[in-house]
Write a protein that binds this ligand. Structure first.
Ligand SMILES: [Zn+2]
Length: 529
C-alpha cells in the first residue's frame, strides 16, 4: 500500500491504537476457502453475515480458533448467533478477538470440514461504512493488516492463503466490485441486488476485498488477456476514467519484466481506504482524492500494481518480512519510471529514498527485519519501503543486471500463489548468481544502519596519483562497492572500489586537482560523515 498525506497519517495513528496482533495460525489447520455472505442496508450500519469456511486438518484438533472481534461496550463488533460444523450445530465460545469452535468429533489428518458461522453487528473497523466526498453512502472493505477480523471470522495471517467468494446483498442502487470474477448479479424482490464475486486464486485475507457504491465503470484496456477496469464514483466519471486509464502501462511493463499476472482481472477502484492506496488482489482500492483529472496517480498506480506480483501472488510468510512486499513495490515503481521516462527518474527516486532511510534511522535505529515490532501498522516505515527498495537496488549492481532480473523472475515463478521468507529470496539469488549471498542479506536486512563513510583525498607520492582513504565509522563493518567519479585533464570516468575493511586506502591515477564525486550513479546506501 501507499501512505499519503498528513490527514491519512493521522487516521492511521488512531487505527494503530486499536490494532491487535492476531494469533499465529494453528499449524494443524489450513483454510482452503472462505465464502462471505453479507447483507448490507441503508437504515443502519448493522450488517448480517454468514461465513462458510472450508478447511483441511493437518493434525487432529479438538478446537478451531478464528480471529473475530466480539461486540463490546461501544456497541460495535460482531455477535455470533450460531455455528455448524459439517452441518451440525456445535459448541462455540466468542470472546474478545477470538471465536473458538469445538467440532465435537476428532478429525484425522487430511480430513476436510466446513464451518458455517451466522452473525451480525456493526463493524468497528475493517469495513468502512461512511459517506464519500459527494455525500453518498458507501461500503469499502479495508483489511490491511489484520483488520478484516473486525467483521469477518478469519485466520488473519498472511501465511494462510485461501480462495474466496464475496456474495453481497445490498439495496439496488449499489454496484458491487470484488476480488476475482463476477459470477452473478441479480435483482431480488424487495429492492435489493445480489452480487457474487469469486476469486479462484488463493489470497491472504489482508488483500481480499469488496466495495459497494454508486460507481461509473469503464474498460480501460486489455493487457495479456487481462481486462483492466476503472471503477470510480459516478460524479468522478470523466476525471476518474482519465486518471486510472494509465494502469495498462505498468501492468504491461511488469508482465514483461517479471512474469504472467496472477489474477482474473485488474480493477482500479476509487474508495474510502484509509491508505493512499491498498493493493487488494486484482481489485486495487485508491483513496478518493487520488482522482484529480490531472493524471497525477501514475506512480501510486504503478506501486499498487507491482504488489499484484509481490505481496499478493508471492506473499510474505510472516509480517516482519513485509519488505518483500513494500520494498519490492517501491523499487519496481522506480524501475517502471526509469524505463518509461529515463534513468534520471531512478536516480531521483533512489536519492530521495536514501534521505528518508537515513532520517528514519536517526530516529529509529532498527534493522529492516525487526521482530520486536508488535503493532503491525508500525511496519509501514522507511525500512520496509525505502530501505527495502535500496536492498534490491544494491543487489542489482552486486550480482549484475542479468542475474538480478533472472532472480526476480525465478523468485516469482517459484513462490507464485504461495508464501516466501527473506531466506527464500536469498536462495534464489544464490541459485542464479552462483555466489554466496548470505553476507549481503545479513548486513542490509538484519543489521541496523548503513555505512557511515569518512572519505578523504590527498596527493600521492607518485606524480599523477591521488590517494583516497575510505573509513567506515560505524561499528558493524559492511562490504560493498563504492564508485568514485573522476574528472580531470584525462576526461571523465568512474572507479569502482571494493570496501570491507575499517579503512581502505587506494591510489588512483588522476591529476592532483581532479574533481571527485562520491557515488555518482547513486548505487550505495551510505551516510557521509
Ligand atoms: Zn505498498
Amino acid at each position: 500500500m501507499r501512505i499519503l498525506t498528513v490527514a491519512v497519517a493521522f487516521i492511521m495513528i488512531s487505527v494503530s491504537v486499536s490494532a491487535f496482533f492476531s494469533q499465529l495460525p494453528d499449524p494443524a489447520i489450513d483454510i482452503i476457502h472462505y465464502e462471505f455472505n453479507l447483507l448490507l442496508n441503508d437504515t443502519t450500519d448493522n450488517i448480517e453475515g454468514r461465513t462458510m469456511i472450508m478447511l483441511v486438518f493437518r493434525d487432529p484438533v479438538s478446537e478451531i480458533t478464528f480471529d473475530f472481534k466480539n461486540y463490546d461496550s461501544t456497541g460495535k463488533g460482531m455477535k455470533t448467533a450460531s455455528v455448524t460444523f459439517d452441518r451440525e450445530d456445535v459448541k462455540w465460545h466468542h470472546e474478545g478477538n477470538m471465536l473458538k469452535i469445538y467440532p465435537g468429533k476428532m478429525a484425522s489428518r487430511g480430513d476436510t470440514g466446513i464451518i458455517s458461522i451466522d452473525y451480525s453487528g456493526i463493524p468497528a473497523d475493517g469495513l468502512i461504512i461512511s459517506r464519500n466526498k459527494f455525500g453518498n453512502r458507501t461500503f469499502f472493505s479495508d483489511h490491511w493488516p489484520d483488520r478484516a477480523s473486525n467483521y469477518l471470522p478469519v485466520v488473519d495471517h498472511p501465511s494462510d492463503k485461501a480462495t474466496v467468494d464475496f456474495i453481497i446483498t445490498a439495496p439496488w442502487r449499489y454496484e458491487v466490485v470484488g476480488s476475482g470474477h463476477l459470477i452473478e448479479e441479480s435483482d431480488l424482490p424487495g429492492g435489493e441486488r445480489l452480487t457474487h464475486w469469486k476469486e479462484d486464486v488463493p489470497l491472504p485475507v489482508k488483500v481480499m476485498a469488496f466495495g459497494a457504491a454508486s460507481f461509473a465503470t469503464s474498460l480501460a484496456g486489455v493487457v495479456e488477456k487481462i481486462p483492466v477496469w476503472s471503477w470510480v464514483y459516478a460524479e468522478n466519471r470523466d476525471a476518474g476514467f482519465n486518471d486510472y486509464a494509465v494502469a495498462v502501462k505498468p501492468l504491461a511493463f511488469y508482465c514483461k519484466l517479471i512474469g504472467p499476472y496472477s489474477f482474473e482481472k485488474l480493477a482500479n477502484v476509487q474508495s474510502k481506504t484509509i491508505f493512499g492506496g491498498l493493493e487488494n488482489a486484482g481489485c486495487i482500492f485508491y483513496s478518493e482524492n487520488s482522482v484529480t483529472g490531472q493524471g497525477r496517480a501514475e506512480s501510486l498506480i504503478a506501486h499498487e500494481i507491482a504488489h499484484q506480483w509481490f505481496g499478493n501472488s508471492v506473499t510474505e510468510k510472516d509480517w516482519h518480512h513485509i519488505w518483500l512486499s513494500e520494498g519490492f513495490a517501491t523499487y519496481l515503481t522506480s524501475v517502471y519510471l526509469e524505463k518509461t521516462y529515463g534513468v534520471e527518474q531512478l536516480v531521483r527516486s533512489m536519492t530521495a529514498a536514501r534521505e528518508r532511510v537515513i532520517r528514519y534511522y536517526e530516529r529509529n535505529p532498527a534493522p529492516v527485519i525487526d521482530t520486536t515490532v508488535t503493532d503491525l501498522m508500525k511496519l509501514l516505515n522507511a525500512n520496509s519501503y525505502q530501505k527495502g527498495a535500496w536492498v534490491l537496488h544494491m543487489l542489482r549492481f552486486e550480482i549484475g543486471e542479468e542475474d538480478f532480473w533472472k532472480g526476480i523472475r525465478l523468485f516469482y515463478e517459484r513462490y507464485r500463489y504461495g508464501n516466501a521468507l527473506t531466506d527464500d529470496l536469498r536462495q534464489v539469488m544464490e541459485d542464479v548468481s552462483g555466489s554466496d549471498m548470505g553476507w549481503f542479506f545479513h548486513q542490509w536486512l538484519y543489521v541496523a544502519g548503513q555505512p557511515d563513510l569518512k572519505i578523504t583525498t590527498g596527493e600521492g607520492n607518485v606524480k599523477g596519483t591521488i590517494i583516497v582513504s575510505i573509513e567506515q565509522m560505524q561499528d558493524y563493518l559492511f562490504t560493498f562497492n563504492l564508485e568514485l567519479g573522476l574528472k580531470d585533464s584525462k576526461g571523465i570516468r568512474n572507479e569502482k572500489i571494493r570496501v570491507s575493511d575499517k579503512i581502505t586506502r587506494i591510489s588512483l591515477k588522476a591529476d592532483p586537482d581532479a574533481l571527485i564525486t562520491i557515488d555518482p550513479e547513486v548505487r550505495l546506501l551510505f551516510r557521509k560523515k
